[in-house]
Design a protein around this ligand. Structure first.
Ligand code: GLU
Length: 474
């Protein structure tokens, strides 16, 4: 590869960064990093009615969460209108684009006639300049659009990184509108109007020297048009890879119906960024049988090959598995930091000296998400409410005196697991009880639930006063 690898993700800020776009971003990022190239963020905000600043912020937040760092951008298309107009003017001058004065009514009539003849409706090229053709006088009442003069013959072919060779015959492509009339365009014959989406993409990919375009396969139909325009501009073509969409578990296009479709909702729900990166990468890409890998491995392996041609299916069970594995592996201090934030967002006060890392170590193996882990850890920072059923079943009159004795003993002993364990054992012996009888009662009172890891390990992580108060409440 001689050209510097430069990839981009070009989301439209009309909503959240949804999973499909996040995956394309990840692929584009990993491919650029694999080749030591550049990754660019470009915001395609020309749909003014639907674009919002909030969506831009969320896209950037999602990229940050996934740590998809970009080397350039965000570029905004709305800030580049002057540049698009400049290229349109150049193309008009060179004759690779022309003004078309068909009124909407005229175009509709054209389509009607074609449909009546059983033909595919398309622009018939009536304002297309050709040698020896007399175009007549432009009607002064119609503000013209600018059309690209698409080649009439030949075939557009590219070797898609995902789908393999694709060929589209030029006679299937009509002359694409690349600019719509600007207000007052009819009066100003020099005006070039508002550039259209496909055209902006081309100019951007050209100016940003994009070498590889990875995007959803809903854009396959745009590619031959974009290639033709790039050729007309004398540009070096990028390589294209069109990634099949992500389907829901029922085989339909992934949508809100299937649960969360925005990346950040998974962050909120307690998924780890590393797990999300791992899971998203496996949706439509593989490296042998490897299911669990980290970011560095992904970058090392992601060479643009082994991209699946068939659509991937969203599988929450698998994501949960990947997340549970990541939760076991993540650096314990990083995890503790995440939990501190999560508990604080619940309104809990996490004392600076709270042994969060120890708590995470004790509970993480039984959790799928950090949210679930926070559910466990919450008992250390807020009151618990044992259910009446648990109280009735486990905090029986029979264990009452032992609980009082245990509280008294725990008030005195050194506050560590071994001493707590000793204290429990002596109380058991003195009261003729079995371990589960006392341990269950302690769990229900102190933790608010009857099942926990070993009680001495659980208690050790509490502030002593909290344990005593809860035991004495019985
Ligand atoms: N803005 C387009 C989208 O969000 C991306 C177009 C492209 O990647 O070329 O689908």
């Amino acid at each position: 590869m001689t050209r510097r690898v430069r990839t981009r993700i070009a989301p439209s800020p009309t909503g959240f960064l949804h999973l499909g776009t996040a995956r394309t971003a990840l692929f584009s990022w990993a491919f650029a990093r694999h080749h030591g190239g550049d990754f660019i963020l470009r915001i395609e905000d020309t749909d003014e009615a639907r674009s919002t600043q909030e969506a831009v912020d969320q896209i950037i937040a999602a990229m940050r969460w996934l740590r998809l760092d970009y080397d350039e951008g965000p570029y905004f298309q709305m800030q580049r209108l002057g540049r698009y107009r400049e290229v349109i003017a150049k193309m008009l001058g060179e004759g690779t684009a022309y003004r078309c004065y068909c009124s909407p009514q005229e175009l509709e009539a054209m389509r009607e006639t074609q449909r009546a003849r059983g033909e595919k409706p398309r622009y018939d090229g009536r304002w297309r300049p050709e040698a020896g053709k007399n175009l007549g006088m432009p009607p002064s009442a119609v503000a013209p659009v600018v059309r690209f003069k698409n080649p009439r013959s030949g075939v557009v072919t590219w070797n898609d990184m995902v789908k393999g060779p694709i060929s589209i015959s030029n006679d299937e492509l009509d002359d694409l509108i690349i600019a719509r009339p600007a207000p007052g365009g009819a009066k100003d014959p020099g005006a070039v109007g508002t550039p259209t989406y496909n055209f902006c993409v081309v100019v951007d990919d050209l100016d940003m020297q994009i070498s590889h375009v990875l995007r959803g396969d809903d854009h396959v139909n745009n590619t031959p048009r974009q290639i033709n325009i790039l050729r007309a501009l004398g540009a070096e073509l990028p390589e294209y890879g069109h990634v099949p969409m992500i389907l829901g578990p029922d085989g339909d296009k992934l949508s809100k119906r299937h649960g969360a479709v925005s990346v950040t909702q998974y962050e909120d729900a307690g998924y780890l960024r590393e797990a999300m990166v791992n899971y998203l990468a496996r949706l439509g890409w593989s490296h042998g049988d490897d299911e669990l890998f980290d970011r560095d491995q992904l970058v090392r392996w992601f060479d643009g090959k082994h991209l699946a041609r068939s659509p991937a299916q969203w599988d929450l069970t698998k994501l949960n598995w990947v997340n549970a594995q990541a939760l076991k592996k993540i650096d314990i201090n990083v995890l503790a930091g995440l939990l501190a934030g999560r508990l604080q967002r619940r309104g809990l006060i996490v004392e600076a000296d709270a042994p969060l890392a120890g708590m995470c170590t004790l509970f993480r193996d039984r959790c799928v998400t950090t949210e679930e882990l926070a559910d466990w850890l919450a008992m250390y920072f807020s009151e618990v409410k044992p259910s009446d059923a648990d109280l009735a079943a486990h905090v029986t009159p029979q264990v009452g005196p032992a609980l009082v004795a245990l509280a008294d003993s725990l008030a005195e002993v050194p506050w560590d697991k071994a001493s707590i364990s000793e204290a429990i054992k002596s109380v058991l012996a003195a009261h003729g009880l079995k371990m589960p009888q006392l341990a269950h009662a302690v769990r229900v009172l102190v933790c608010g639930r009857a099942q926990t890891p070993a009680i001495d390990a659980v208690l050790e992580l509490f502030a002593r006063e909290r344990v005593l108060a809860r035991l004495r409440r019985s």
